[in-house]
Design a protein around this ligand. Structure first.
Ligand code: AMP
Length: 287
């Protein structure tokens, strides 16, 4: 049975009544098959002896003043149905006051320079808001292990750092889950529902750019050269406005001359900002 918990008191009572390894999947709702892949990975990790808890909370702290907080999709009934179908033990779907009670001081983090690059450059304060809510929710839910999608690769990288810098989260491990894509290759995202049919088709240039950059890296171009060609391709794609196409190291530092790296893309289609990324292998000049 899936318990719906709306308050911290209900959550605390549920935690006290259950045991075993506790897996926690943090979401903002509007659940889709990508979120379900996190839930499935969580269940596979802890088995039937452990518990899987999903949180649904649209965190105001990670949205900028001109972003889509108010219009972010909220679909609680459908979300609960997906959680039930995935055998989730409990869903914590709190109001803001439960997460950030006005009389409690909530720890904030200095996420470091990576938080000002890529997504952070486009969204000032975003990652400080993400780390604040991630820490808060993992502490409230007493998580032993948490699951994050590679879809938000920079977020995953910064969450790994958070777990290293917050001693109260020392027991919590993070597991990365690969990007779930639709049959046409577009990475699943709650924001895809904003796309018209035409825009959805235009957005396919984003995974095509990832595939192109991956091929160019395999063919012997440097990460920067491959990213530049990818940027040029995406810029000329109809309906798409490029924010960035970059190749970085797997830890999001400077790309290595040879070896494993990551291509990351952000672009707008209409008013909808979309993210994608994927692994690449830089072959180097001898290729
Ligand atoms: P969100 O509700 O967008 O905050 O996402 C909650 C979690 O689901 C994050 O860890 C995301 O990275 C992950 N996620 C979202 N979309 C996908 C996807 N297409 N594949 C894998 N994980 C995803």
């Amino acid at each position: 049975m899936t318990e719906l918990l709306r308050t911290r008191a209900e959550l605390a009572a549920w935690l006290a009544s259950t045991g075993g390894t506790r897996a926690v999947v943090l979401t903002m709702g509007a659940l889709h098959a990508g979120h379900e892949s996190l839930m499935k990975a969580a269940r596979a990790e802890v088995g039937d002896a452990g518990t899987v808890l999903t949180t649904i909370f649209v965190n105001p702290a990670q949205f900028g003043p001109n972003e889509d907080f108010a219009r972010y999709p909220r679909t609680l009934d459908a979300d609960l149905a997906r959680c039930v179908a995935n055998g989730i033990d409990a869903v914590f779907a709190p109001d803001e006051v439960e997460v950030y009670p006005p009389d409690e001081e909530i720890t904030e983090y200095e996420p470091g320079p990576l938080a000002n690059e890529l997504e952070g450059a486009a969204r000032p304060g975003h990652f400080a808001g993400v780390l604040k809510v991630v820490s808060r929710l993992l502490l409230l839910t007493d998580a032993d292990v948490t699951f994050f999608g590679e879809k938000d690769y920079q977020q995953l990288t910064l969450v790994r750092r958070l777990l290293q810098m917050e001693p109260r989260l020392a027991k919590c491990r993070v597991v990365a889950v690969p990007i779930m894509r639709g049959p046409d290759g577009l990475a699943l995202s709650s924001r895809n529902r904003y796309l018209s049919e035409e825009q959805h088709a235009q957005a396919l240039a984003i995974p095509e750019t990832i595939a192109l950059v991956r091929q160019l890296c395999a063919d012997g171009l440097t990460g920067e050269q491959a990213a530049q060609v990818g940027r040029g391709f995406l810029k000329t794609s109809p309906g798409v406005t490029v924010d960035y196409v970059v190749v970085r190291s797997v830890g999001l530092g400077i790309a290595p001359a040879v070896g494993e790296a990551r291509v990351l893309v952000a672009a707008r289609v209409g008013d909808t900002r979309l993210l994608d990324n994927g692994p690449v292998i830089i072959k180097g000049h001898e290729a």
